[in-house]
Write a protein that binds this ligand. Structure first.
Ligand SMILES: [Zn+2]
Length: 258
């Protein structure tokens, strides 16, 4: 049986979040990835003419799960979220854990536990589409703040993402790219790929064009948090001989006060 590819719709909401709808036309399924802002999600659903059937949560923060109950009450949708964080995901129905698989229509989705930003954070890899929703784990040229996890945990979590196929499109939940780029160049000042990317990002932002999605290949070349194991970075930070995790921790520490 031939099935259509998933349709995606991305829209800005709150001050710097992105909302994402995914739609399976054959089975008439529509999911929102997280629930940052109910009115913006409803507007997007109306605009596309889609009915909400699922909420897929990455983590419990209010700008990710704050709209869960209101949307569930209105639509009776099913809420899928991290098993580890079931007490903090309002209205959760289906709990999933690390490397667990579920199907959205016939589309295979693999869940990965990526602690660091929060202890229960998960990301979702839609295998046949080669797209992933990475919440607040990875941002373009950045990564989430370590509110609950350790640098070691976040380093391991980011490595899960960097091991996906290079062409995987990464949908992160915030437009933080310009600030991340300004920080990245302080860590990786002679990286030609980074310098070129910063020019592109500046041009996009001047014209109010989103810099999301990004992809695995470009992040591996330009994201200082993914590059903590590279000798150029260790040299720049005077950390030759230090472990990758400790270099990552130092980069995160600098970003926190940037
Ligand atoms: Zn968050």
């Amino acid at each position: 049986m031939n099935q259509s590819p998933l349709e995606m719709y991305m829209f800005p909401c709150l001050s710097d979040n992105y909302g994402f709808l995914i739609h399976d036309i054959d089975n008439k399924l529509t999911a929102t990835i997280d629930t940052p802002e109910v009115s913006a999600i409803e507007q997007a659903l109306d605009f596309k003419g889609w009915n909400l059937t699922h909420i897929i949560n990455t983590h419990h923060h209010y700008d990710h799960a704050g709209g869960n109950l209101e949307l569930k009450n209105k639509t009776n949708c099913q809420i899928i979220g991290p098993e580890m964080d079931q007490e903090r995901i309002p209205g959760i129905d289906k709990k999933i854990g690390h490397e667990e698989v579920f199907y959205f229509g016939i589309h295979k989705v693999i869940c990965y536990h990526t602690p660091g930003h929060t202890t229960g954070h998960v990301v979702y890899y839609f295998q046949d589409q080669k797209i992933a929703f990475v919440g607040d784990t990875l941002f373009a040229m950045g990564c989430g703040r370590l509110f609950e996890g350790t640098p070691e945990q976040m380093w391991n979590s980011l490595n899960i993402i960097s091991n996906w196929p290079e062409e995987t499109q990464l949908y992160c939940a915030h437009e933080y790219t310009k600030n991340n780029a300004e920080f990245a160049i302080t860590i990786d000042p002679v990286n030609k790929n980074l310098i070129d990317r910063i020019k592109e990002v500046e041009e996009k932002r001047i014209n109010d064009i989103p810099t999301v999605p990004t992809n695995v290949a470009i992040e591996k070349l330009t994201n200082p948090f993914l590059r903590a194991s590279e000798s150029e970075i260790k040299q720049e930070l005077n950390m030759i001989g230090h472990s990758d995790e400790s270099v990552f921790a130092e980069i995160r520490r600098r970003k926190d006060s940037f």
